[in-house]
Design a protein around this ligand. Sequence first.
Ligand code: 5RP
Length: 291
Amino acid sequence: MADMDGILQNKDKDYGIGIPVAGQSFFLKGSDNLDWGMKHRLSRIFNEKSGRTVMLAFDHGYIMGPTSGLERLDLNIVPLIKYADSVMCTRGALRSVVPPSMDKAICLRYSAGTSILTELNNECVLDIADAIRTNASTMAVMVSIGGTYEAKTIENLVRTADMGYKYGIPTMGVTAVGTDMVRDSRYFATASRICAENGANIVKTYYCDGFEKVVNSCPVPIVIAGGKKLPELDALELCYNAINDGAAGVDMGRNVFQSEAPEAMIQAVRGVVHDSLTPKQAFEMFNDLKK
Ligand code: 5RP
């Protein structure tokens, strides 16, 4: 019988913070027992040397239309792709704008449904054939834990993971947060863990205080979304703190493409994620590149 105590008494839990996962031969947490194709695709997203990734997210239009900074994907986004390890986008953006000759892993936005004009997260998923045709390295599915469409979005995740295991394409669970939900470690740990238990090979969630608990209680790699645009130094601090707490990278959009200097910003983010730059060093890099 399920009980709420398990998710409520957060302070007494033992997350084993600082203790690495035992007995792994593959470089990514929780991926040892996956098939070759899955591991190969994950290795296209995550850099084996750092174990981390910089994903450039520009899928916002699927729920928000022409978001600020994404009005012209060809002008705003294509020049940034060379600095990313992976692009996260819809199949519409991919086919219409992203050059097929680019050599970056594709994180395909795989769920779609309601827009910001109604209640979000009433979604369906694409056909696996399109993930295969577009050579996706992972399929991103929105999961709304505690929301109106919890069951439907979990079903989307489960169906996607079923097809993903069949064809060797990893699934990324994206934790959606309702406006009325508390954005704390208890919520994000619960949502992330539910994604992993239901088949997600990567989880995308938000940074929060106590983030190391979110990472340590999730058996697969976690990447963070950047969220709303912040001043550049604050965004670099967010990346630094997330990486320090164990995130395997970022899947960042607005803090890159809405920056006053997006090319400089994505390179500074890379510096934090792959080269362990401090926020101050990365901000200096940003200012130098901006010039
Ligand atoms: C939307 C998404 C976005 O890709 C995600 O929020 C990342 O973008 P940002 O850094 O702007 O938050 O998953 O559903």
